[in-house]
Design a protein around this ligand. Structure first.
Ligand code: PLP
Length: 382
């Protein structure tokens, strides 16, 4: 038999739905920690500040020791400018026909990993009459972006000429490590060597950039030799340590209100296809968050949340908009907040393990329906 024995859909006081609390003082603490490690800190706020709000994370990081901001696209950089941020911004991933003129007009620094990109930036510099601040990007072993080492000398030669012509100012050389967080790994040793060679080669073409940056969060934490003059840190600011070596301040807590409470008999099937059946009489509660909100469907069968201070299993799969939790005998009221992530609930790392993914994907996947609520101070208005 699988019938529910009692159902309560009585509305409680109106609830705000799911809320993601973002503790900016924790972002500040993480920023200070990284700023103390590296000669200079570029706060990476791509992907809307790893899902937490690029402008808020940027302001906080700048007021706690970051000297500038890093994003992928020009659109992200321009959005920060539109929000009133005047700090240096580096944009490193744009199509060759990107609107570099708009970037130069907004004073955005541009990463360049090919002669084609350099030429496009030079054309924009000529058109706008502005000198482009450029970071030359070298591929240190990721085969993703940046100039392959074979093409690097030619890129440096062309950049040297462009600098002589007054079109660009090469202010940086940047790279990235494939095995950041594993400083002794052969790929890290190779990556560091390629970077050193790239800097020397650039110098041979008259380029002596102020910023030489290779480290991201994991390398900054574990590999002093990768820090050079600056580190680009994103995940670490929002509490994620890809190297699993360091306890960073936790930034997010996701809560969702209970929208249904029901007592069911043993054998009750839950959700589509009854992928879970109650082994005993129990109480089920529903929260209005699902995979459309970024709760990973693949975590079903392993995931737990915190209800009334107790860890309780998610049952019957994660649906698009709702998730059911087996709370056993707990007395739970409609509207009571369930801690889905952070706080006394599961950590980002636990969710990532349950979903067999990275904490980054959980954070950046938290959807637009989830309200963001900020606490802690962000003083810097640059
Ligand atoms: C080029 C570049 N720099 C810096 C970062 C920041 O890395 P992390 O979030 O690990 O600090 C990223 C992120 O992937 C990146 O692509």
């Amino acid at each position: 038999m699988s019938a529910a024995v009692s159902v309560s859909l009585r509305p409680a006081a109106p609830t705000a739905g799911a809320v993601l609390d973002i503790d900016l003082s924790a972002v500040g603490a993480n920023t200070r920690r990284f700023a103390a490690l590296t000669p200079a800190l570029l706060a990476v706020v791509k992907a809307d500040g790893y899902g937490l709000g690029a402008t808020q994370i940027a302001r906080t990081a700048l007021s706690h020791g970051a000297i500038g901001l890093g994003v992928t696209s020009l659109a992200e950089a321009l959005a920060l400018r539109a929000d009133g941020l005047t700090a240096p911004i580096l944009s490193w991933l744009n199509p060759v026909d990107g609107d570099f003129a708009a970037g130069l007009a907004a004073g955005v620094h541009l990463a360049v990993g090919s002669i084609e990109h350099l030429d496009a930036v030079c054309r924009a510099a000529r058109r706008t009459g502005r000198v482009a601040s450029v970071h030359l990007a070298v591929d240190c072993g990721m085969a993703r972006d940046g100039s392959p080492p074979l093409a690097w000398p030619a890129l440096c030669a062309r950049a040297g000429q462009a600098q002589q012509s007054g079109l660009v100012d090469v202010v940086g050389v940047m790279g990235q490590l494939s095995h950041a967080g594993r400083p002794r790994h052969a790929a890290s040793q190779r990556g560091r060597a390629v970077f050193d060679w790239a800097v020397t080669t650039a110098a041979g073409h008259g380029l002596a950039p102020e910023h030489r940056h290779l480290a991201t969060t994991a390398a900054c934490l574990t590999d002093p030799r990768s820090r050079h003059t600056m580190s680009r840190v994103g995940a670490g600011l929002v509490g994620v340590d890809p190297s699993s070596t360091t306890l960073l301040a936790q930034v997010v807590t996701l809560r969702a209100p209970v929208v249904a409470v029901r007592d069911v008999v043993a054998g009750t099937g839950v959700g589509y296809g009854h992928t879970w059946r109650a082994k005993r009489a129990t109480r089920l509660v529903t929260v209005p968050v699902g995979y459309a909100d970024g709760i990973p469907r693949g975590a079903a069968g392993r995931a737990e949340v915190s209800v009334g201070g107790h860890r309780c299993p998610v049952v019957g799969g994660v649906n698009m908009d709702q998730t059911v939790i087996d709370v056993g005998r707990l007395e739970i009221e409609l509207g009571e907040p369930v801690v889905v992530l952070g706080g006394e609930g599961p950590t980002l790392v636990e969710w990532a393990e349950w979903a067999q993914t990275l904490p980054h994907e959980i954070l950046t996947g938290l959807g637009g329906r989830v309200a963001r609520r900020y606490s802690g101070v962000s003083r810097d208005q640059r």
